[in-house]
Design a protein around this ligand. Structure first.
Ligand code: SF4
Length: 407
């Protein structure tokens, strides 16, 4: 789910009941999380699997006939240094040249555009995916951390009307390797600027829990091979209860961010169509179960829309839901979007809404929309490139919580 992205008023109902990738790929995980990424059927369908979809065993097979330590050198070159095989001078030149031409080691992402803003503090990429689709990734530098927001799907089937990605429709699930590669490429860019990538948030294009197996495989790969701790990884969702419950059973206690936007079913049905399938009572129950299982602070994203969900009674309803969970609320003023009539809440009323929450005992932070001058709001750049228009999202990022959140 695009936490960066939030929208409101559902002008169009999406195929709520359909969970791309969810139903058809059951339990691809095994206990051997290091050696085996599930080979995503979608990747095969698109004709190839990228270098970060390969397991260690796959890499060893590529180097069949070479000393065993060569596989380790290649693996570490890919993950620790984000290097292209052709750049790995630790390997003999003939081997480098062979690997450089091996299509199984080709990158999955082709950079179509890179934009920077805020004196280099925000970098946004538009990638072309091998096979089909375009997605975006945003890297944000803060004083004390650098966070990358990655996409989990090309398009989205959740149908949130305010969201450019949702309006463009669903194209396909990303493979685990395509998600890992977004992180690797951002980490390399951070390193080049003298920074270290510290946080990953799944808040770009797509609903992560609708692409569950691949998202989780990428979480484990990022955790195990890049060394990012679970507390620095945040998975967002627009409210897929089955996915939250499954997440609660996983071995890594990642942060969970839920894009809420409304605290009564009538309003939420109109903004976030998946609420028809998973109404608020079920969603809050699942959030409680996650909190009990993992002990991680929950965060809820709330895109503030003028006159829609920014009234005192909206604040009161929100408090009723989140205070028992001791959750944090991130307030994100809705970005202006062409074709979307609802404006974002003006700044003074955003502050008043926050103050209301705080007065009622809820931790709340107003998040900045970072990089809006480069369309860093989720879905915007990709949507523009593929001919869609409206967008929304707030690439607000993990500014408020330190872990990230979105919605
Ligand atoms: S349509 Fe998809 S990407 Fe857009 S806000 Fe909804 S869940 Fe997120």
């Amino acid at each position: 789910m695009v936490v960066l992205v939030q929208g409101l008023v559902a002008r169009r109902r999406g195929p709520v009941g359909r969970m791309p990738g969810g139903a058809e790929h059951r339990s691809g995980r095994t206990s051997n999380h290091v050696s085996t990424l599930p080979t995503p059927p979608a990747a095969i369908a698109w004709g190839r699997v990228g270098r970060y979809d390969l397991s260690r065993d796959d890499v060893a097979q590529l180097l069949d006939g070479e000393p065993a330590y060569r596989a380790t050198q290649l693996w570490e070159g890919l993950y620790r240094h984000g290097s292209d095989p052709s750049e790995l001078t630790v390997l003999p030149r003939p081997l480098r040249e062979r690997l450089a031409h091996d299509p199984r080691l080709a990158p999955s992402l082709v950079e179509l555009r890179r934009s920077t803003s805020e004196q280099g503090k925000v970098v946004k990429w538009l990638w072309s995916l091998a096979g089909r689709g375009r997605v975006e990734t945003v890297l944000m530098h803060y004083r004390d951390r650098s966070t990358v927001c990655i996409s989990s799907q090309a398009g989205c089937a959740m149908g949130c009307g305010f969201c450019a990605t949702g309006q463009a429709g669903f194209q396909r699930n990303l493979t685990a390797g395509e998600m890992v590669e977004q992180v690797i490429r951002a980490a390399a860019a951070a390193r080049a600027g003298g920074r270290r990538l510290s946080n990953v948030v799944y808040m770009g294009m797509g609903e992560p829990l609708a692409n569950y197996e691949r998202v989780w495989a990428s979480v484990e790969r990022i955790h195990d091979e890049l060394g990012l701790s679970a507390r620095h990884l945040t998975v967002s969702t627009v409210g897929i209860v089955a996915g939250i419950r499954r997440l609660a059973r996983e071995r890594l206690p990642v942060n969970l961010a839920v894009s809420l936007h409304a605290a009564n079913d009538q309003l939420r049905n109109s903004l976030v169509p998946v609420n028809h399938r998973y109404p608020l009572a079920a969603l809050m129950e699942a959030c409680r179960a996650y909190l009990d299982a993992k002990g991680r602070r929950l965060s809820f994203e709330w895109a503030l829309m003028d006159g829609v969900n920014d009234r005192p009674r909206d604040a009161a309803e929100l408090v009723t839901l989140v205070r028992p969970l001791r959750a944090h609320v991130n307030l994100i003023p809705l970005n202006p979007t062409p074709g979307w009539p609802t404006r974002g809440t003006p700044p003074h009323r955003v502050r008043a809404f926050r103050d209301e929450l705080v007065a009622l005992g809820v931790n709340a932070t107003v998040r900045r929309n970072r990089g809006t001058d480069i369309d860093a709001a989720c879905g915007q750049l990709a949507a523009a490139e593929v001919g869609s228009v409206d967008s929304v999202a707030s690439m607000a990022s993990a500014e408020a919580t330190g872990a990230g959140a979105s919605g």
